[in-house]
Ligand binder design. Sequence first.
Ligand code: PLP
Length: 228
Amino acid sequence: MESRIADNLACVKKRIRQAEQQYQRPPGTVQLIAVSKTRPAGEILAAAAAGQRHFGENYLQEALEKITALADRKLYWHFIGPIQSNKTRLIAAHFDWVHSVDRLKIARRLSEQRPAHLPPLNVCLQVNISNESSKSGLPLAGLADTAREVAELPNLRLRGLMAIPKRSSNPADQRIPFHQMHQALVSLAAAKISLDTLSMGMSADLEAAIAEGATMVRVGTDIFGPRN
Ligand SMILES: *Cc1c(COP(=O)(O)O)cnc(C)c1O
């Protein structure tokens, strides 16, 4: 298991480096978040032993068990799943990043509940880039207004935007929503909201995301194997 995960990690990192090169992104500008949802702590340890430090989790209870079990390791935890408002206190206390902020109310609670001894919580606004009614995320319309309000919250640091576009197996089609995300970041910068993070791209489409400016890719399956 350890060597399989180490091999998979090396393979994903190689894909990232190759995409950086192919799309003229400076080397090392795309960070890998290993998505460890549903995987046991032992598999996270195997990835950590192979040098991986940043992990993404979707389900709070499961994540807290692993965060507690691995508390003596210097790991960084990213919450990437849907957020119910009764979960914000524990998320604010135990995570370094939250990628899935999709409404102002959640952002306000995370800021109020971020413990004073911790640095500001890094957050991304999740955008429903493919306009799917089944998916969470803010619409592009009105994004700047929400971003401006979130950026003012004292215990958060608004870092960027996150999206999970509709699946497509065609690389050219995959790039369309990622391009729209990049355009959204450019529009925000023009409105004097400068962000440094585009969290987009997963196992099946990380190259397309990197082509369009992803700075963080969130990869689960291609590191840990298929989930049940
Ligand atoms: C599960 C998940 C991923 C990882 O997806 P894979 O296809 O397994 O790489 C990335 N981002 C989010 C938000 C997820 O829920």
